[in-house]
Each structure stands twice: as C-alpha cells, then as structure tokens.
Design a protein. Structure first.
Length: 307
C-alpha cells in the first residue's frame, strides 16, 4: 500500500484520519532535512545535512541502451556508444558489442571493465572448447550457460547485463542475461537504462520473420529512442548482423545523430593565439643515429611450448 493512501478499517484503535506511513526511517530522514533547511543559522544544520547525505541512498544506473532481435535469417544486435562516469561522459564512441565466437556476439551494459573482461573470459573458454571438439561450431546455449554460471557465482557483484545473440545448427538464438545470472530466451529484448524507450519501439513494430533490412532499421530506431530519451545513452548507433549462413556484418557507427564536425567547422576562432612556425628561434639542431642492439630475427630461436 502506498504511503499516500489510507485504508478504511473497522478497528477502533486506528487513527480517525491522516496518512499511514510505513517507511519510518525514510520519513525521519526527510523530516530532519526539512527541519535543518528551516534553521540555516543553527550550528547543527550543516552536520545534519552531511549526515543525511551520507545515509540517503544514491541512484545507480547502467547508462546504456543495448537491444537484440531475431529476424527471418538471423539475429541483429544493437548498442549505443556512450560511456559514462557518474554524470560525466567518459567516452563518446566506445564499443559495446563484444566478440564471443565467430557466430556469436554479445552486447554489454553495466560496468565497462566487467563487461569487457567477462566477455573476454567466456570467448577464451569457447575457443578452447572448439579446439577440444575438433573446431566444431560453437553453440549459443553453451556460451549462455558459461556466462550465467560465472555471473551467478559472483552474486551480482560483477555488474554485467548482457544481450547474447548468435546462429548455430539449431538456428538463430537471442538471450538476455542479468548480472545475478538469470537468463531468458526471447524473440526481442532490450537492456540498460534506455531499455524502456527501446522496448516501446520494439513492442510497437516488431513482427515475426522480418526481412534483414527491416530488422536492422528497427534496431537502429530502438537505439535512437534510447539515445534521445535517456541521459545515460548517447552518441552513435552500432549494429551487428549474424546470419544463419555463418556470415557476420558489423556496422560500426551506422548512424551518427550527434555529429558536431560541421558545427565546429563553422565556428570562427581568433588567430591571435596561434603560434606560427618560426615564432621561436632554433639556435642549434643536431641528429644522432640510434645505436641498435644488433639483433635480428635470424638470431631468435623458436621452441615448441610443452602442453
């Protein structure tokens, strides 16, 4: 029940009017903040504010829009390219579509280091598995199992929310994997802070057995919805098309809606502070040839590694 609703009860001990507050601790903090704000000259005001700021929980977000859908002849994955550090844009053109196997790719949302290293580790394990099974094609469900087992082992402390897609002998597959290890196999899915905006596009226009061109356009529209409606998502649109015939098409920066090159080129800047060639006089210039070690590839001995 919400704290702003009041249920009628036959119990005579219940108060006749007013609100019913269940979150006592939260309400006490709000009351302390209000009293401190009302007495700015009091000596305890600053200490109360500092205490409240340290106790009140802070919102966390993944700051990403990643999507995937199954179409007629394969899977299409998509992601934005913004990387954030709290309220700061750390990287405007990072890659969020990671390689798992030649026929399997994975979009990552969450902590950048966790998504990078998690996908690298599983990609290495898939490569070793292919070597041990006669270079057979990797199964998508195998990589999903390895990912979910690893994430479940760390109980959500590895912050990696993943959209896994690929094609194998059983056809196209798409999985969503949560940081705690739970998974789901879906025809289309979205994850990240911009997932709601992207899901609105999918739920409106997704159809079974889409053609490849239509599927790619739908993924691009979903990512753009996250870019323009979510502060944690932004910059460009990356796509990855994995087909049942084994081919893969990576679309790096397919759409760049926030390109600022032409805008910056039109800005007239003063030339007063530009240091032209010859501004600083060169008094002396010498060139000294580097002394090499005298070692070439012919001097290197290659020995087989013991396995």
């Amino acid at each position: 029940m919400s704290e702003f609703t009041h249920s009628e009860s036959a119990d005579s001990s219940a108060p006749a009017g007013g609100f019913s507050f269940d979150h006592v601790h939260r309400n006490a903090l709000i009351q302390n903040q209000a009293s401190a704000a009302g007495n700015p000259q009091s000596a305890s005001s600053s200490s109360n504010n500092a205490a409240n700021k340290s106790i009140l929980p802070l919102a966390t977000k993944t700051g990403t829009t990643i999507v995937g859908l199954v179409y007629k002849n394969g899977v299409v994955l998509g992601a934005d390219t913004r990387s954030t550090n709290d309220t700061t844009v750390a990287d405007k053109n990072c890659e969020k579509i990671h390689y798992i196997a030649p026929n399997i790719y994975c979009c990552g949302a969450g902590t950048a280091a966790d998504t990078e290293k998690t996908t690298e580790l599983i990609s290495s394990q898939m490569e070793l598995l292919r070597m041990n099974t006669g270079d057979a094609q990797s199964r998508v469900v195998t990589s999903c199992t390895l990912l979910k087992r690893m994430l479940f082992r760390y109980q959500g402390y590895v912050s990696a929310a993943l959209v896994l897609g690929g094609c194998d002998v059983d056809g196209p597959h798409l999985y969503q994997i949560y940081p705690h290890g739970s998974t789901g196999k879906l025809p289309f899915t979205t994850m990240g802070s911009g997932s709601l905006a992207a899901m609105a596009v999918f739920e409106a226009d997704y159809r079974d057995d889409l053609e490849e061109a239509d599927a790619v356009k739908l993924v691009q529209r979903a990512i753009l919805a996250g870019i323009f409606n979510d502060l944690g998502s932004g910059s460009n649109v990356d796509t990855c098309v994995i087909r049942t015939d084994g081919s893969v098409a990576m679309g790096r920066n397919d759409i760049t809606p926030n390109e600022v090159g032409p805008l910056r080129a039109g800005v007239k800047r003063s030339d007063v502070l530009n240091m032209r060639a010859g501004t600083t006089a060169v008094l002396k210039s010498t060139f000294q040839k580097s002394k090499g070690m005298g070692v070439s590839l012919a001097d290197v001995t290659v020995t087989a590694m013991e396995t």
